[in-house]
Design a protein around this ligand. Structure first.
Ligand code: NI
Length: 173
């Protein structure tokens, strides 16, 4: 297990297409373990494979409980798909490990249901997720379509952000 480098916006790897996982082997388990290590190292609550430069459809999530503790219900979702959602939308104040130092308000569906597989390939479903889990599921599954939460911001806000990050990237060399 190891902490991997997080791909930072506007890196193209965050926009590349992903493909379904078809081999449920040790290598996949290792990828999931690395994703958790990387996510915890960066104090995140969710991470999608493209954020460490891998383009398999896999997401890890660990929503803290009401005492802000993690490691209680960590989730690994392989080939996840949002199969239904509420009509109602809610405001969501989001950040992303690939867009460090930035938070923005967007809207998300209030509830959603997600079908996915586990590391062994078993088919599972989360029915009517609510609250932070619902938001996080939508955010991470968006990553698998090359979509970032900042894509939902107004054009003006997005352009300001792009300028800031392009500059940061140049300074890094
Ligand atoms: Ni993200």
């Amino acid at each position: 297990m190891s902490v991997r480098e997080v791909v930072i916006f506007p890196d193209d790897r965050l926009r590349e297409p992903t493909h379904d996982v078809t081999s449920f082997d040790d290598e996949l388990s290792k990828l999931a373990a690395d994703m958790f290590d990387t996510m915890y190292d960066d104090e995140g609550i969710g991470l999608a494979a493209p954020q460490i430069g891998d383009h398999r459809r896999i997401v890890v999530i660990d929503i803290p409980d009401d005492q802000d503790r993690q490691h209680i219900n960590p989730l690994i979702l392989v080939n996840p798909v949002v199969v239904s959602h509420s009509d109602k939308q809610v405001e969501s104040d989001e950040g992303c490990l690939s867009v460090p130092g930035y938070q923005g308000k967007i809207t998300r569906y209030e509830t959603c249901s997600v079908e996915y597989q586990d590391l062994k390939g078993n088919h599972l479903k989360i029915e009517n997720a609510t609250g932070l889990l619902a938001i996080c599921l939508q955010h991470e599954i968006d990553h698998l379509s090359g979509r970032l939460f900042i894509d939902y911001l107004s054009r003006l806000k997005r352009e300001m952000l792009l300028k800031k990050y392009t500059k940061l990237q140049k300074n890094r060399g």
